[in-house]
Design a protein around this ligand. Sequence first.
Ligand code: PLP
Length: 391
Amino acid sequence: MTHLRTRAVHAGQHPDPASGAIAMPITQSTAFAYGSLERGAAIFAGEAEGYRYGRYGNPTVAALEAKMADLEGAEAAVAFASGTAATAATVLALLQPGDELVFLGPLYGGTEGLLRSLGERWGLRVTDATATGLAAALSPATRMVWVEPLTNPSLQMHDLAAVAATAHAHGAITVADNTFCTPCLTRPLAHGIDLVVHSMTKYLGGHGDATGGLVAGRAAHIAQIRKTGLGHIGASLAAQEAFLFLRGIKTLPLRMGAHCEGAQAVAEFLASHPAVRTVHYPGLPSHPQHALALRQMEGGFGGMVTLELARGERSAAAGVLNALKLFAQAVSLGDVDSLACHPASTTHSFVSPEARAAAGVGEGMIRLSVGIEHPDDLIADLDQALASLAA
Ligand code: PLP
């Protein structure tokens, strides 16, 4: 199985030995019988393979973890109840008070909020290296570097190989949140990153009907993260949700192809529209890091497109967003349905005006999550919505 499309269907799964079922059965059980005292003792001591209690593991969840480890090229993976739980477990398992975490942002607001809160309440130094550059921010206390390869909402890119080399030279481990790219477009571990985090809620599920997270990387790291995140915090993914992710990932490469095709067409349309001042999309030659995108991303440039209207006030953004018919106004992303949001009044409404300005989030900015509908229909919807500005 060398091709990602084949692995997305088959990795981690095989027909159920008991029934022959090809779809992974949902194992809806809290406790698992281990048969004898001796085997129970061995499982609890970590000396034998086997399930014991739902919080620690479940066969449906294990199939999902194996599939994602395969797709990311990792030794192991562990699933969580949300992307945020995956982030929290990674930090709590691998760092301790007094350590420094350096991040290259802008990060997803929830991640930055979590890291800063952990920093304040738990004695962790959290440093934003976005403006200074990574090398200048690293100190002897730096243990972890956190990066999003493609940032939200301005879709800037970070060079993963360079981040990994710089961090490793200082003895820090590197974590990449690969939610926006998915392993179809970028495999951070192949660029030297140590751990990959996902909000599976987005493209991996793909249908906007399940919340989950995942961390993939070396087996020793994953064992630590599993023990903290599942055993101690209990942020385990439910079997029903794991089933939905297993089903979603089978079509991930096909969906990502359609997302990329649609987003490229939408970005090109918007770039030529007089009511639009700027389009942020790594697939446009005008993107400042288009060369890096060509090097780091495979098979497309993702499904997210962010635009800034020529008229930069909130009422202009409201006029366009409220006129959209196919794009639903919502803050998630990566669904088969196209979504649109106004970051300044939603995802970035809790940050200060100064921080919003630093992240480049203006009142005239609109973020699009381009779904898998036909690009012509999406462009027609945007065209009529932008026309409402002239009226
Ligand atoms: N990482 C990124 C890049 C995200 O966009 C999000 C959510 O929007 C998360 C992590 C958090 O994931 P979840 O909502 O599944 O907790």
